[in-house]
Design a protein around this ligand. Structure first.
Ligand code: SF4
Ligand code: SF4
Length: 433
């Protein structure tokens, strides 16, 4: 396992601001593609009345999580929203009745077994709130007869600049993070938990140490503040020195990794039965007057959320997520999804023109996965699938570190993503032949 990492400016400007819960919006546009995996099918029709927490879309696919109404009102239309993948995805529009009524189905789940717990996690609509969007029930739904993990790792690294939503969760809801972890350990029979937090968050480390003092099987692990410390494989290596081999999942080395805010949500859901209908989001950037964290309804317009943080200029760059792994949005009129942990707004953003590679090797030294980004770029430009495979491009975690350090400003991380998509296409065309 290669562990070269890079150092980024932290710019955690919203770290000390208490989270503000925003009023419910007049309208919610809720995508049915809220997670990695199958797109859900609407279970409502135009004209239906819905209340907060009602299921509005679901799927039979294993890799999925139901989608719930985040406001009460009437389903007014089905539309499409631009997904982070660049494709249009179906969405359900709800016009608010202004009442904020909660569904009569909301009640804490009754849990007597592992199966009950996994069923509840699925029904909660939980997905990885750190940005990856993997359905939580899939992550926790391992077969103990095949492999039983011995370590639950809580990812509180939050290594990207600006983002503080997990940090605020530790500070404001640390009890829930711990409780969520204890519940997972109890129902899935995992004996040990490690909560990894970067050492640039001493208050979060101190708070969690205090809370965990009476739980000897839960350890707080201060992680060196470097990037990409929060990448799953890197985090597992940093906390346990175990290596997730290529083509395998963390469970193969006895680990399950869950984001800290996801843990807090699971704790909440088990107590209240309220599914994932809102989330914490950081708003920051060089034109944001009041960098802050907000709790907002899923489907609320990003523009409306940003309004509460006050902009002092028009943005020329809007990033959903962090500056390293986030995706640029064309406009602010974009609905909040379960996976959005931040929106960053900038103006006067530098535009770089790539120049020729000077073979300095910085991209290779920066890559935590031990890849050769410049060789991958050349192989992709030649559409050389064999070479890309030999260069292990599929190990790339899209962290962007190679692009960040490149003095020639080459778009290496972008090429890696394109190369992975190219290999997938090749594999699919071979299967289909
Ligand atoms: S984007 Fe991929 S190739 Fe580049 S540094 Fe990150 S893991 Fe390595
Ligand atoms: S960091 Fe940039 S210039 Fe240096 S070897 Fe890599 S691609 Fe070439």
């Amino acid at each position: 396992m290669i562990v070269h990492k890079i150092h980024l400016p932290h710019s955690k400007n919203s770290a000390e601001s208490e989270t503000v819960t925003l009023p419910l919006p007049h309208r919610a546009i809720i995508s049915t593609a809220q997670h990695v995996g199958a797109v859900c099918t609407p279970t409502v029709k135009v004209g239906d009345r819905v209340k907060i927490g009602d299921v509005i879309a679901d799927s039979d696919a294993v890799m999925s999580a139901p989608v719930h109404a985040s406001i009460s009102g009437t389903v007014s239309e089905f539309t499409e929203v631009l997904h982070i993948s660049g494709r249009n995805m179906p969405a359900i529009v709800i016009e608010s009745d202004g009442l904020g009524e909660i569904s009569g189905d909301i009640k804490p789940p009754v849990i007597n077994s592992r199966e009950d717990f996994l069923d509840a996690v699925r029904r909660s609509g939980s997905i990885g709130l750190g940005g990856a969007g993997f359905p939580t029930s899939m992550k926790l739904g391992f077969d103990p007869k095949e492999k039983q993990p011995d370590k639950l790792i809580i990812n509180g690294a939050e290594c990207e600049p600006y983002i503080t939503s997990d940090y605020r969760c530790f500070i404001e809801e640390g009890e829930k993070v711990l409780d969520g972890a204890l519940q997972i350990m109890k129902y899935l029979d995992i004996p040990e938990c490690i909560i990894g937090i970067e050492d640039n968050k001493p208050k979060a480390i101190a708070k969690m140490r205090e809370l965990c003092a009476s739980h000897p099987n839960v350890t707080i692990f201060p992680l060196k503040s470097s990037y990409p410390q929060g990448a799953e494989k890197t985090l597992i290596y940093s906390t346990t020195k175990r290596v997730v081999k290529e083509g395998t999942l963390p469970i193969a080395c006895g680990c399950i990794v869950i984001n800290s805010s996801t843990c807090a949500f699971i704790s909440d859901y088990l107590k209240t039965g309220m599914p994932l209908v809102s989330r914490r989001i950081t708003v920051d950037g060089n034109i944001v007057k009041k960098p802050a964290n907000f709790i907002a309804a899923v489907g609320m317009s990003i523009g409306e959320i940003v309004y509460y943080a006050e902009l002092c200029a028009e943005p020329d760059r809007i990033i959903l997520g962090g500056p390293m792994m986030g995706a640029c949005a064309f406009e602010l009129d974009y609905p909040l999804s379960k996976t959005n942990n931040a929106v960053l707004l900038f103006n006067n953003s530098p535009v770089y023109k790539p120049t020729a590679c000077i073979r300095c090797g910085r991209c290779v030294r920066a890559c935590s996965m031990g890849l050769m980004p410049t060789a991958i770029e050349t192989a992709f430009d030649l559409r050389d699938a064999k070479k890309l495979d030999a260069l292990n491009v599929n190990l790339c975690v899209n962290c962007g570190a190679c692009s960040f350090v490149c003095p020639a400003k080459r778009n290496l991380a972008e090429k890696n993503q394109l190369a992975k998509a190219f290999l997938r296409e090749q594999a699919n065309s071979i299967k289909g032949a």
